[in-house]
Structure formats: C-alpha cells, structure tokens
Design a protein around this ligand. Structure first.
Ligand code: OGA
Ligand code: NI
Length: 365
C-alpha cells in the first residue's frame, strides 16, 4: 500500500491542489492523462529531488531477493527443515522473498493480470462509477488513494477490493471477478502453509500464527502503471512499508519493484509464475522485530502499462482483540518492543503518518 513518505506537501499549495482536484474529477486516473496525449507530466506528480532514485544507491544486479521453493515441502523432514531455515533467513535479513512452486497455477496468475488490464482499459463508465476515496467501500477505484496526504502523486491507478465475510462478489468488476475469486481461493492455502512455516521459523508450535487469525481479511490492491513520458521526475509507487501482516505480490514481467536492502535498492526481478512475499509491519511487531518489514518502491518507466496485484493479509478488523508481540517469544532477554494495538488503529495511524518513518515507531515501548 503506497502511503505518504514525507510532509513537504507540494500537493497542499493551492494551485497544485486545484490542479489535482481537476485531475481527480476526471475520474479517468493517470491512464486518462496518457490517453489525452500529454508529453509533460503535471506538476503534482513531480517528486521532490530527495525522494527520487539516486544512481549511487542502486545495488549490483548480482544481488537478488532470495527464492523460496516449496516443491519439496512434503518430501521428508530434512527438506522441510531446509525450507524453514531459508525462510527464517529471508524473513530476518531481507523481509522479502520470491515464492515458487506454491501451487497457484501460472495460468490463473496470468488471468488475474489480464483482468486488471481489461478493467483499466475497458468501459469508462464502470471505472467512473467505482471512483471513490471512501476507504469504507469494499470495492473502489482511484488514482492515488491517499493523494491529499502525499508530497506528490504517484504514476498509477488502483482498484481496491476488500475481501471479508461480508463482501458481495457482484461488487467486483465483471472483467476480473472470476479471476479474483479463484485467486483468493487458491492463495489462502498458500498463506496457511506460509504461516505454518513462519511459526516454526520463530520456534513456535506450527499452528501458532494460523490461530492468530491473521489472514482474516484480504485487501486486494490492483495497480495499473501507465507508461510515463518523464519517468525521471516521478515514482510509480513511493517508498513505503506495508501495514499488513504479510503481503503477497503478483507482478507482471516488466519489473520496476525495488527493495531497500543494506542501504541499496535491489531489483525484484520478475520470475514467471512466482509470487513475491513480504513481511508487513504487523508481523514485524508480532515477531518483536525478529522479522523485518522492508521498505520498497516502484520506479516509473516509459514502458507500460505495468500491472501488479498486492494482496494484504490483515487480522480481522472487527475483532476487539489487541495485537502485540507474541508472548511466547518474550523473555527477560527479549522484552516487548511494542505496545498492543488494534489492527484497525494501526491502519489508521499508517494512513495519517507523515515522514519517511514507519508507523511502527508510534507503538514502540
Ligand atoms: C504495494 C506495493 C508494489 C508493486 O501495493 O504496497 O508495494 O509492484 N506494490 O505494485
Ligand atoms: Ni507495498
């Protein structure tokens, strides 16, 4: 979820705010601008210099996000241990990995990407009707949901879809409905397996994380990044961490996603059929900082559209159960680093936060 990364709010000066409002009123998003044939990007997309990529911070291409292969998970005890070990290492030092042999068919992943593309390139009325910044809506479409809090807009449009027990599937746009429903159905068992492995990696009973109900709600955030005429001036998605427990990211073959690792930006190179997984803020909190919620961003590019679907797994919102560092992990040597927090309150402070810092710092003890 791309959220504000600083408070130098270019968007809050009046003329820019007016320009932005006009853009928002078109309900056609960034794609609408590109379709109109613009060659220069509007000012409200221009990021302050300090937030734009610097060549000195780019990691050598040999540095790659770890790949976790689930193929041998049921083969024997040694293979299982090996996978847990790799997952532990990846979650501790990278906070990101690419999952392969996860059992979600490649053909379905392609269907999902195609559905998102068709929604964005399809009937304008359908998009206009869904265009909304009301975060209480289960299904909505908007460019830069949080634009009014951001320093500058990002070069992308987003369809949001909140899956919980009360979602009416017919609210999902028809062109991507079946693919979304099937993807969700196939993804949940993968999440269960991952939660089992993460529990073991933390030294907990294998059903510990599963029993915390941390995949109760799934927020689908489907991005469409149109080609950008001046990619050096803006961002596809500004630097952020995810407010989720865990995020599953499906990206197409274009690339552009980068993560911050040891002060360098590492490309998350697309692997056909893989799912990118990252540890969100809520798992960093639950693991008492053992696992890392890593900063990431998406570059703007002249190539496009790029399509991705981030699925945020979050604890049930309606539960009045506070969420804190897992008690079984705590000891005199490992005292709690965070207060307990309701998942909803976490998301609220995430949305309203300023600066480049994680909202996690608000809940530090
Ligand atoms: C996000 C995100 C990355 C991408 O939605 O939080 O990081 O590749 N997306 O679109
Ligand atoms: Ni993200």
């Amino acid at each position: 979820m791309a959220m504000p990364t600083d408070t130098t709010s270019a968007c809050q000066t009046n003329s820019i705010l007016k320009e932005f409002k006009e853009f928002d009123d078109t309900k056609a998003g960034v794609k609408g601008l590109v379709d109109s044939g613009i060659e220069k990007i509007p000012e409200f997309f221009i990021q302050p210099q300090e937030l734009l990529p610097k060549s000195s911070e780019v990691a050598p291409p040999s540095l790659q996000v770890p790949i976790i292969d689930l193929e041998a998970i049921h083969k024997d005890a040694d293979s299982y241990k090996q996978i847990v070990q790799e997952l532990k290492q990846a979650s501790e030092s990278w906070g990101f990995f690419q999952l392969v042999n996860h059992n979600v068919p490649k053909a379905l992943l392609d269907e999902v990407i195609k559905g998102i593309k068709e929604f964005n390139e399809g009937n304008k009325d359908v998009k206009e009707k869904l265009y909304s910044r009301d975060i209480k809506k289960k299904v909505s479409f908007a460019s830069n949901l949080n634009l009014y809090q951001m320093s500058a807009a990002n070069w992308r449009d987003t369809l949001n879809c909140l899956f919980d027990d009360s979602l009416d599937p017919t609210d999902i746009p028809l062109v991507c409905r079946d693919a979304f429903m099937k993807y969700r159905e196939d993804l949940l068992p993968v999440a269960e397996t991952l939660y089992e492995l993460l529990s073991v990696a933390l030294g907990l009973p294998s059903d510990h994380i599963r029993s915390m109900n941390c995949a109760k709600t799934q927020i689908f955030v489907a991005h469409y990044y149109p080609p950008c005429p001046e990619p050096q001036l803006t961002m596809g998605t500004s630097t952020h961490t995810d407010p989720s427990f865990v995020t599953f990211l499906l990206q197409d073959s274009l690339g552009g996603l980068q993560i911050l690792h040891d002060d360098h930006w590492v490309d998350v190179t697309p692997i056909p059929g893989a799912l990118v997984v990252n540890i969100g803020d809520l798992l960093q909190l639950a693991s008492n900082d053992k696992f890392k919620s890593t900063k990431h961003r998406v570059l703007a590019s002249t190539r496009g559209p790029r399509i991705s679907l981030a699925t945020f797994l979050v604890p049930a919102f309606d539960k009045k159960k506070p969420f804190g560092p897992i008690k079984e992990l705590l000891s005199d040597k490992n005292p709690p680093l965070y207060k307990e927090v309701l998942a909803t309150d976490y998301l609220k402070s995430y949305v309203s936060k300023g600066l480049n810092s994680s909202a996690l710092s608000y809940f530090k003890l």
